[in-house]
Design a protein around this ligand. Structure first.
Ligand code: SAH
Ligand code: SF4
Length: 383
């Protein structure tokens, strides 16, 4: 049985398994309104908000300055739970991958990638993905639903829990180090963020809010396969950095590996990039280009790529293909990747080769795929 309708993903559940409403994900005015129904005054809502996003409270009992009566109302009706950690894998290079189970049992993956000067959390926007890019493992997952606002934020809050990065603990961690390791967010996990735009944008607004999670828009990158109609809005409303999964240099080639290209072909995509709000040499679009042996890695491809990008402030990120069982693709050789990048650079393009991270725990781009559909198949009678 197909569980997607017309390429649209199912919505996230509005309550948790016990019928409680997640407070995570409400704006401050929404939180005031929700609590006012229980006669909780507006200033208390602000305190609760502060406990959730600035202190990282994981249960209502931790909210010391909130009266017992109000806490009882909160406990009875609302939740600030984190997702359940099904597995945590740590790579020898420091990368951490979590498989997180949401309240309805659906699972997504979240990956933390530490580097010398920053730490990036790669978060998911959907369970699975309705797009079926041929080289991407996530695209083979049949069950797709959107993540709710709270579920997008919970991934970041969970990482802050594990990394001990709430302000009270960030001053000094168990290991004696000061400051925060988690500095950047990339929406490059499972799912197409612009196919869940309402929830992604609401979550990112709380993420960027100085009184929310306080991670600035310059430190957030949204990666899209090219959902052209929403790109302008994303730039205007959120102003985050944009990454485009380009992966090909002409329509026939791109449509063969990325079906979304049939809907929004290259000319439209490049025009939407050219007009992305706030673009300058200081704020470039990242073009992701997965290196697939014999598919998109010729000298001619490199030259066509230069032409495509010549009037767009850009940086090209060449991604060595991360293989997964039965993908049918191979990664280009190091020599080929090297030659390809040299052609780009010689022609004045900006290009870097992405260093694979967390390979030993299958945490790299395009390898994320939860096991959740198995459980579902079993429940449906082993289809
Ligand atoms: N759906 C969004 C964001 C998630 S994918 C998008 O497509 O942009 C993050 C990046 O990993 C994308 O550029 C995607 O094309 C790339 N990717 C997917 N599968 C890959 C694989 N097997 N090896 C390397 N990169 C891959
Ligand atoms: Fe979806 Fe992105 Fe994977 Fe394509 S590359 S299937 S859009 S997650």
């Amino acid at each position: 049985m197909s569980v997607t309708t017309h390429g649209k993903a199912f919505a996230a559940p509005k309550t948790d398994a016990s019928g409680r409403i997640p407070l995570i994900g409400l704006t401050l005015p929404q939180m005031r309104e929700a609590l006012a129904v229980h006669d909780v005054p507006a200033f208390r809502a602000k305190q609760v908000w502060h406990w959730i996003y600035q202190r990282g409270a994981r249960n209502f009992d931790a909210m010391a300055n909130i009266s017992k009566d109000v806490r009882a109302v909160l406990v009875a009706n609302y939740s600030i739970d984190r997702p359940e950690v099904v597995t945590e894998q740590r790579s020898e290079d420091g990368t951490i991958k979590w498989l997180l189970k949401m309240s309805d049992g659906q699972m997504v993956e979240t990956v933390f990638i530490p580097e010398d000067s920053r730490g990036t959390l790669c978060i998911s926007s959907q369970v699975g993905c309705t797009l079926t890019c041929k080289f991407c493992h996530t695209g083979t997952q049949p069950l797709v639903r959107n993540l709710g606002i709270h579920e997008i934020l919970q991934q970041i809050m969970h990482a802050r829990d594990v990394l001990q990065e709430w302000p009270s603990s960030a001053l000094k961690k168990d290991n004696g180090e000061e400051g925060r390791d988690l500095t950047n967010i990339v929406l490059m996990g499972m799912g197409e963020p612009l196919y869940n735009y309402e929830n992604v944008s609401a979550a990112m607004k709380i993420c960027m809010d100085g009184e929310g999670l306080s991670i600035g828009k310059r430190r957030i990158t949204l990666s899209t396969s090219g959902v052209v109609p929403l790109m302008q809005r994303c730039g205007e409303e959120l102003g985050v950095n944009l990454a485009i999964s380009l992966h090909a240099t002409h329509d026939e080639q791109r449509s063969a590996i990325m079906p979304i290209n049939n809907k929004y072909p290259l000319a439209e995509l490049m025009e939407a990039c050219r007009t992305y709000p706030g673009l300058s040499n200081m704020r470039r679009i990242t073009f992701e280009y997965v290196m697939l042996k014999g598919v998109n890695d010729s000298d001619d491809d490199a030259r066509r790529l230069v032409t495509l990008l010549q009037d767009i402030p850009h940086k090209v990120n060449l991604i060595p293909f991360n293989s997964w069982p039965e993908s049918g693709f191979e990664c280009s050789s190091n020599t080929r990747i090297d030659k390809f990048s040299k052609i780009l650079i010689a022609a004045g393009a900006t290009a870097t080769v992405r260093k694979p991270r967390g390979r030993d725990i299958l945490a790299a781009c395009g390898q994320l795929k939860s096991e959740s559909q198995r459980a579902r198949k079993t429940a449906e009678g082993g289809q």
